[in-house]
Design a protein around this ligand. Structure first.
Ligand SMILES: *Cc1c(COP(=O)(O)O)cnc(C)c1O
Length: 294
C-alpha cells in the first residue's frame, strides 16, 4: 500500500481561492494526519504483537491505530474513560475502531506499569507497542516528512504558505522542520489549549525555536470539543461552498483563525487532516444541543 500523493485541489470559500491538500483521501481507512504520524509503524519491521494506547472514546487517533493494527495483524488494546451510553450505541470513530477489533478497557484498569509507559513516548516492550495519546511521538516525523516531500514537489515555483490547525502540534512542528530549508512557512492555530500550551508542545519535540511553526490566534478562546454555534455554521458553509466535508473539531477553528487574520488567499495551502468520521458524533451533539440548527 502506497500511502502517498494525496491530491491537491483549488477551492473557493467566501470569495477567496486557496489550495487544499486532501490528506483525508490518502487511504480508504487509514487517512489524515494520524496515518502520517503512524506511518513509521505502518511500514517498519518491528517485533510487535499488540498495540496499547489510551485517550477519548471519540478520538481520531484511536480509529487510526485500530486500522493500523488490523492491517498489520496486531491486537489493539485501548484504555478510555468508559461511557456506557456511547458503548451501547457506538458511532463514528468508536464504531469504526470496534469493527476493526479494538479491545476496550476502562482507564482505571490500566496497570501502573502501562501507565508509565504510555504517557510520554512510544515504547516497545515484550512484543507490545505503547503509543501516547494523539500519537504525539518522535516517530511521527517519518510520515510527516513524506507529506513535506509531496508539498515541496507540488510547490515548485510557487510562493506558498502551509496552514493546518493543531492539537498536540506534532504534525505542524515536523512539517515546519522539514520545509524550513525550502523556505516554506508553516502556520498553525491552537485548537487544544492556547498559544502557550502549543508552544510548550513544540518545545518538547524540538528545542530549537527556529524550526517552530508560526502560531496565529483564533478570534477567541475556544474550549476543545465544546460546542459553538458559529463554528458549526462555519463548518456547514465550508461544506456547502467547497463541496468538501471537513472535520468538526479542528477545521472550523482553523478557518475561523484564517478568516480573522485575512490569510485565505491564492498562496495558501490548507492541509485537510481527515477526522471526518469523528464529525458524525460532533454533528449529533450540535443538533441535540441547538435544536434550531438544521
Ligand atoms: C489529530 C488531528 C489534528 C491535530 O494533529 P496534531 O498533530 O495533534 O496537532 C488536526 N486535525 C485532525 C482532523 C486530527 O485528527
Amino acid at each position: 500500500m502506497q500511502l502517498q500523493n494525496s491530491p491537491v485541489q483549488r477551492v473557493c470559500f467566501e470569495g477567496r481561492t486557496f489550495y487544499l491538500k486532501r490528506d483525508d483521501l490518502l487511504h480508504p481507512i487509514f487517512g489524515g494526519n494520524k496515518a502520517r504520524k503512524l506511518y513509521y509503524f505502518f511500514t517498519a519491521s518491528l517485533p510487535i504483537k499488540q498495540v496499547v494506547s489510551y485517550g477519548s472514546l471519540q478520538s481520531n487517533a484511536m480509529c487510526a491505530i485500530a486500522a493500523l493494527a488490523k492491517m498489520r495483524g496486531w491486537k489493539f488494546l485501548y484504555y478510555a474513560r468508559i461511557n456506557q451510553k456511547l458503548l451501547q450505541n457506538p458511532r463514528g470513530n468508536l464504531a469504526c475502531a470496534l469493527a476493526y477489533g479494538m479491545e476496550l478497557k476502562d482507564i482505571a484498569q490500566m496497570p501502573e506499569s502501562d501507565r508509565r509507559s504510555i504517557l510520554s513516548e512510544t515504547r516497545i516492550e515484550k512484543g507490545c507497542l505503547f503509543i501516547p495519546e494523539g500519537a504525539r511521538c518522535q516517530e511521527a516525523r517519518v510520515g510527516v516528512a513524506r507529506l513535506a516531500q509531496e508539498i515541496k514537489r507540488w510547490a515548485i515555483r510557487r510562493d506558498i504558505v502551509v496552514f493546518l490547525p493543531s492539537g498536540t502540534g506534532t504534525t505542524a512542528l515536523f512539517l515546519q522542520k522539514e520545509l524550513q530549508r525550502s523556505g516554506i512557512v508553516v502556520m498553525t492555530t491552537p485548537c487544544v489549549g492556547d498559544r502557550q500550551y502549543l508552544k510548550e508542545q513544540f518545545f518538547t519535540l524540538e528545542p530549537d525555536e527556529r524550526f517552530h511553526p508560526t502560531i496565529i490566534d483564533p478570534p477567541k478562546r475556544y474550549r476543545f470539543a465544546k460546542l459553538y454555534p458559529e463554528l458549526f455554521s462555519l463548518w456547514q458553509r465550508l461544506a456547502k461552498e467547497t463541496g468538501v466535508v471537513f472535520d468538526l473539531l479542528y477545521d472550523p477553528i482553523g478557518f475561523a483563525a484564517l478568516l480573522h487574520h485575512d490569510l485565505l488567499a491564492q498562496n495558501l495551502l490548507y492541509i485537510h487532516q481527515g477526522g471526518v468520521l469523528g464529525s458524525v458524533t460532533m454533528e449529533e451533539r450540535y443538533k441535540k444541543k441547538f435544536a434550531t440548527i438544521s
